[in-house]
Design a protein around this ligand. Structure first.
Ligand SMILES: [Zn+2]
Length: 192
């Protein structure tokens, strides 16, 4: 079942102008997610992510859906702490929000609350996320793809060793999520 939230970024306890919608969809051991903006000083295309739920915490790695070079660098590792029986969350994140290869990963926080009656905008995003989750769960992932976000090619500089194998991911956000719980994302060894 897809669960929709609205969110705002926060600075300390103060909400900022940047806010939007977000959907979580649980499928097997994984959580699929999509986030987009309502209003923002900076326009940005929707992002999609994959992660997992552990206790009351959801870990998700997101990357931009845009193939535009102006956006495809974007990625984030978000930790959502659910509260009020899953009706609200506090999110802390580390994101790469600028294109420069030397740009630091910037930390931030957000808060969210469940959307009881989703608008047609929400329903459209839910439908897109269900298609993504179905296609990713059917996709056969090779070592050339990131095991967390398989639509992205894996990069040698984001490599982690596990059980004697080198596993390559697409970005530091996927690496962070993978290292929290590798068994959710592990792909079987290639049969030669
Ligand atoms: Zn990645």
């Amino acid at each position: 079942m897809a669960v929709p939230f609205s969110w705002t970024e926060t600075l300390g306890a103060e909400p900022l102008q940047n806010g939007g919608g977000l959907v979580f969809l649980k499928k097997g051991a994984r959580i699929y997610s999509r986030a987009w903006r309502f209003q923002s000083k900076v326009d940005w295309p929707p992002v999609e992510g994959v992660g997992f739920l552990e206790g009351a915490t959801i870990h998700v790695a997101y990357r931009s859906l845009s193939g535009e070079p102006d956006h495809e660098f974007y990625h984030a590792y978000c930790r959502f702490e659910l509260a009020a029986g899953g009706r609200t969350f506090k999110c802390s994140f580390i994101q790469k929000a600028t294109a420069s290869p030397k740009a630091p990963l910037l930390p931030g926080t957000a808060q969210g609350k469940i959307v009881v009656e989703p608008s047609s905008e929400f329903q459209g995003h839910v439908a897109s996320l269900e298609i993504l989750a179905d296609s990713l769960s059917l996709m056969s992932v090779s070592e050339e793809n990131c095991p967390v976000l398989p639509l992205w090619p894996s990069e040698p500089k984001f490599t982690v060793r596990r059980n004697g194998r080198a596993i390559k991911l697409c970005c530091s956000s996927c690496l962070a999520v993978f290292e929290q719980k590798p068994e959710v994302f592990e792909i079987p060894p290639m049969v030669k």
